[in-house]
Every structure is written in structure tokens, then in C-alpha cells.
Write a protein that binds this ligand. Structure first.
Ligand code: HEM
Length: 112
């Protein structure tokens, strides 16, 4: 069994400027094979994720919908704890708990 350390590749300061800084725009327009395998959220090669095409299209749509259709708030005054937990899929150390309130635009979109 081969486990590739993607975390190390995607946080490598030799490849990325400010590699530990949250800068999602750094990934815009990147593709794994074309861009030297710097970014591989879906793995690569014959056992790479067959759902990549669907996921790339649907994640933005789903995320955009929950942002557009709900107002989001923290439950308390503290900022969201972004600490990393342990595990192969890098879970959050503390689960995210947030409060959402439907916005009128959502009611219009989802009512029949
Ligand atoms: C953001 C969404 C997703 C991410 C980040 C993701 C990521 C991954 C990764 C990293 C792998 C392992 C690839 C490897 O071993 O090199 C994988 C495998 C797989 N994914 Fe996804 N995936 C996503 C969505 C989906 C969707 C939507 C489907 C199906 C509709 C899917 C179906 C599969 C299957 C069947 C495998 C196993 C492939 C194999 O072992 O041959 N994934 N995915």
C-alpha cells in the first residue's frame, strides 16, 4: 500500500509562496497533471477520484447556495477554532458549530 503525503506537497514552501497562509486564490486555474502535480485534491492516475468532474461542478454550486440562501453566525463571541486534528483526512480539532437563518431569497428559490 502506498500512502502519498499530499499535505507535505501542498504545503511545501519550495512550491508555494507563504505555504502555510490561507490563500485559496493560489489554487485558481490549477490542474494536477498540467501543472506538475502541485495540487491533487482528487488523487491522480488510474485510482484517482472518478467523481472529480461532478465534484468540481457541484461543490461551488452547493457552497454558493448555502451562502446565498442563509445568514451565518458564530454561536458565541469566539472566532472559529481552525486547529487541525489528527487523522489521514485532517479533520478539524473542534467541530464547526454555526447558526444559520434562512434568507428570503432562499424561500423563493426552493418553494414550488
Ligand atoms: C470534493 C469532492 C471530492 C474529493 C475531494 C474527492 C477526493 C478523492 C480522493 C483523494 C480519492 C483517492 C484517489 C487516490 O487514491 O489517488 C477519491 C477516490 C474516489 N472517489 Fe472521490 N472525491 C470527491 C468526490 C467524489 C464524488 C462526487 C464521487 C462519486 C460520485 C467520488 C467517487 C470516488 C470513488 C469511487 C473513488 C475510488 C476510486 C478508486 O479507488 O479507484 N468522489 N476521491
Amino acid at each position: 500500500m502506498l500512502l502519498v503525503n499530499l499535505w507535505a506537497i501542498q504545503n511545501d514552501p519550495k512550491i508555494w509562496d507563504d505555504s502555510r497562509k490561507f490563500k485559496p486564490e493560489r489554487f485558481e486555474g490549477l490542474e494536477a497533471t498540467r501543472d506538475g502535480f502541485k495540487l491533487m485534491p482528487f488523487g491522480s492516475g488510474r485510482r484517482g477520484c472518478p467523481g472529480e468532474g461532478l465534484a468540481v461542478r457541484m461543490v461551488g454550486l452547493g457552497l454558493g447556495s448555502v451562502i446565498q440562501c442563509f445568514d451565518w453566525e458564530r454561536v458565541g463571541k469566539e472566532l472559529v477554532d481552525m486547529a487541525e486534528g489528527t487523522g489521514l483526512t485532517m479533520p478539524k480539532a473542534q467541530p464547526l458549530i454555526a447558526k444559520c437563518t434562512p434568507r428570503p431569497v432562499g424561500a423563493k428559490l426552493f418553494s414550488v
